[in-house]
Design a protein around this ligand. Structure first.
Ligand SMILES: [Zn+2]
Length: 313
């Protein structure tokens, strides 16, 4: 039978051992994976949304597949260890209401994980807009057909650009201070002829007004195009491509790295226009979305109200 003193000494020794060993044990215990994805269960067609993949444990090669495009993601330090963000959306011209798959892929602890989610896209009504433009902008002369085709191919290739480094943040900087004169998604009727949807946001801007970049990024295409006029295409990573149309002067060239808010040229009245303005287009993995609401929001605000699903406990 151990004496009272013996019991006491044993107890003290155990406590000391625990005090010394326990913190050590906590330190070497592997951190729980606790990997989660955040996405909207339901969203309006044409409106941009943010999705996230986050984890306490490092992961590599993250991507998200949306509307048949694989979007390569960056891995950044986050509140929960590591996080990847994507800015996604759907083009009102091409997408109908319904359920669409959103698939995350990543490598963690030497395993490939695939997480399948569903986003319900809701129909959203965008108004019709009647515009009067030069006749050659509705019925282009046959001699211009080859040029128009080539420019469309260049633009499509630019919009397919997919780089990993995230240069975009929200809210973006306003390219010009002017008000919106025509919004995204407007069903346009040119000189009485239905001509498709407005894929961007028009800002009021006088000829010569300085145009600043909403995001940091790399210039991937510049040109003087038939419809777009003098234009600049900027890649901000993860399929986020900005388009600036109808400029009077282009102040950058292909390959230039641009900081957020940096001057890229001057607004103008070139291409298919009714008057001087800046057309700003936002293409997300090939889908034109409504940029206007983004100027008043942040990534954190965009993630609020979205669904978070633990994919590895
Ligand atoms: Zn426009």
């Amino acid at each position: 039978m151990p004496s009272k003193l013996g019991k006491f000494i044993l107890n003290v020794c155990l406590r000391i051992i625990l005090l010394i060993i326990l913190p050590g044990l906590l330190c070497v215990t592997p951190v729980h994976a606790a990997t989660s994805v955040t996405f909207p269960e339901s969203w309006d067609i044409g409106q941009a949304f943010v999705v996230a993949l986050s984890s306490h444990t490092p992961f590599t090669e993250p991507s998200v597949t949306w509307q048949n495009r694989v979007v390569s993601l960056d891995v950044e330090p986050g509140r929960e260890g590591y996080v990847s963000y994507a800015l996604l959306g759907s083009y009102v011209r091409d997408v109908r209401a319904g359920n669409y798959p959103l698939v995350f892929d990543f490598i963690q602890d030497d395993h490939h994980f695939r997480v399948k989610c569903t986003v319900n896209l809701k129909a959203k009504k965008y108004p019709e807009e009647h515009l009067k433009v030069a006749d050659k902008m509705v019925n282009p002369p046959a001699a211009e057909a080859a040029r128009i085709k080539k420019e469309a191919q260049l633009a499509a290739a630019a919009r397919r650009t997919m780089t990993v480094k995230r240069r975009w943040t929200t809210p973006p900087a306003r390219p010009v201070p002017g008000i919106f004169t025509s919004r995204y998604g407007f069903r346009r009727v040119y000189n009485g002829v239905p001509g498709g949807y407005h894929g961007g946001t028009d800002f009021r801007a006088a000829v010569g007004a300085p145009v600043r970049s909403p995001f940091a990024g790399t210039v991937i295409l510049t040109g003087d195009h038939y419809y777009a006029g003098k234009s600049v295409y900027l890649d901000s990573g993860n399929g986020v491509i900005s388009l600036f149309f109808h400029m009077s002067e282009i102040g950058v060239k292909k390959g230039d790295f641009i900081e957020k808010g940096q001057l890229i040229g001057k607004s103008g009245a070139t291409g298919r226009i009714t008057g001087p303005h800046l057309h700003y287009g936002l293409s997300l993995a090939g889908q034109y979305v409504d940029a206007a609401p983004l100027f008043e929001t942040s990534v954190t605000a965009l993630l609020k109200g979205m669904k978070t699903e633990i994919v590895r406990p």
